[in-house]
Design a protein around this ligand. Sequence first.
Ligand SMILES: [Zn+2]
Length: 403
Amino acid sequence: MPREVAPSLVSGDVRRHNLSLVMGLLAQKPSARSEISAATGLTRGAVTALVNQLLEAGLVRESGQSAASKGRPLTNLELWAEDVALLAVQLASDEATALLTDLAGEPVHRGSLPHHRPMGDPDAVLDVVARVVEDALAAARTRGRRVVDMTVVVLAPVGGSPPKVVGDLSLGWGEVDVLAGLRARVPALDGQLRLSTDMPLAALAELRHLGPIDDAVYLKADSNIGGALVVGGRVIEGAHGLGGALAHVPVVRDGLLCDCGQHGCLVTVAGIDALLVAEGRDPGEARESPSAALGAFVGRVEAGDASARSAWDGALPVIAATLQILASALDPRVVIVGGHWARLSASIAGEFAANRADIVAVGSPLGATVVAGPLGPDAGLRGAIEAARARQLADPLRIKFNS
Ligand SMILES: [Zn+2]
């Protein structure tokens, strides 16, 4: 017997919760009212009232009919919200990229501009980010959509209140208030801005695409090396918000001095600058766009270029050692290799397996498996959009009244 809930009597919280249940279902697939009732345990009457509210708000619409098992055909409802959009903007160490989607997460517009990496000059970089944001807002406007949720994703630690970039070695930044800088440059932006560091978003997005996995080590390399440690479905932030800073695991005893002040960090061996030097090339190739330089390097390794393969073979034991230490400490289900390194994940998997105890051998039920992250360099952006969707679907009527 379905739970009786009189829509007119329920508190705002319960109604919001029930609306989010209905929206969450419709976000997965179009459904008829009776299917919503069966899936949520809400009565038909309650579902009808909730759906009417969502129809009135323009968040869902009636779509085609599906054959009923008996009797008349059922009218399907689907997510609609044609006048709203979600925006995620990623500031990498070489470019700014905007991804505008509808409420279902389907891309509506994508734009990217290089900022040419002016070291120690946040204003020059924020000018470029602001142009990417303005282009995305204009793209939304021409499609009759209003941006209801916007996240700026940075490849750097974020802290404080209001949140700011704490520091970014790859851009030569100290503390930078990115959100204030954008609001000053784009008057159309209001208070709905968020600032997030990319790795937790990227790791959770990759995990969702790989299946129901709660424990993982995530290692990503594109314009820099980063990572995240996921335990029990949660990303470990640590005491200072710096958990998962895998570039700076000091894995080489008495190794090279890193920009961070430690010796022998992973990035001193496996960062793009170090790989280019090992390859006999000019590390200046990575100056403007470390991500493009790494992508080209990976291409040379895949093509069998002897110098590139030799450089990669030199870095592999250090990458594997980093992952072996983390796997021993955390016992993850999977090690996800993301960004450009995803294309080389088989070689990382082989090196990783070479020094694991028998009981945790790769492929055994007890061992961690090294897998390629399916989302590539877009993982942070996709994660930001998915988090935005979850926020908006959790309180659907708010969408209508926020702008
Ligand atoms: Zn370091």
